[in-house]
Design a protein around this ligand. Structure first.
Ligand code: FMN
Length: 176
């Protein structure tokens, strides 16, 4: 059977990001024979404008996507939207179709009760425009995220189960 590789992307650049913790936790819940890597350096990707050629970091980003069988994106919400750094990176893939038919899991974690629902909805729209492969189970909103993490680890049983469901759904999208 083909070796499965999954690429994680965090929409937060903060060193102790709760979204990155969620992402790492999801990675730890995947079967051990799956390679899970988090893309580093989202903030080194040039500002997108139509007509610009792919530069070093853009090429690195697109290569990481091409080598992955699926993506997990976990992002905070800023001012009811997707962080600009993440949206900028995704905009580079519009013209070249790098995410076309790529299975995705999309998560938004927030310290608020809303769970970053606006960012999640916006990101799902963008990922629809990019032709990604997803279904009704591909999105997860995590409210009050700080209460679900202890010493850098997700300790909330319900959230851990929700992340396991995301893993299983993503694997079914890869297989299907
Ligand atoms: C400029 C700014 C705007 C924010 N806007 C929102 C928002 O619209 N909705 C929300 O749920 N949280 C908002 N937050 C709070 C973030 O969700 C919170 O900082 C979160 O912990 C960031 O995720 P991270 O821990 O992964 O970095 C905002 C934070 C900042 C700094």
């Amino acid at each position: 059977m083909k070796h499965i590789r999954i690429l994680g992307i965090s929409g937060s650049l903060r060193a102790d990001s709760t979204n990155t913790i969620i992402l790492k936790t999801l990675g730890s819940l995947l079967p051990s024979d799956i390679t899970f890597e988090i893309f580093e350096g989202l903030d080194e990707i040039a500002h997108f404008a139509p007509g610009l050629s792919d530069t070093g970091q853009v090429i690195r980003f697109k290569t990481a996507i091409a080598q992955a069988d699926a993506l997990v994106i976990c992002t905070p919400e800023y001012a009811f939207g997707v962080p600009g750094t993440l949206k900028n990176a995704l905009d580079w893939t519009v013209g070249t179709g790098d995410l076309n038919d790529k299975p995705v899991s999309v998560i938004s974690a927030s310290p608020l009760n809303s769970g970053g629902n606006n960012a999640l909805a916006s990101l799902l729209l963008t990922l629809t425009a990019l032709g990604t492969k997803k279904n009704d189970g591909s999105a997860l909103s995590i409210p009050n995220v700080k209460s679900k993490i202890t010493e850098g680890r997700v300790t909330d049983a319900y959230t851990l189960n929700q992340l396991r469901i995301q893993c299983n759904n993503l694997l079914s999208l890869i297989g299907g």
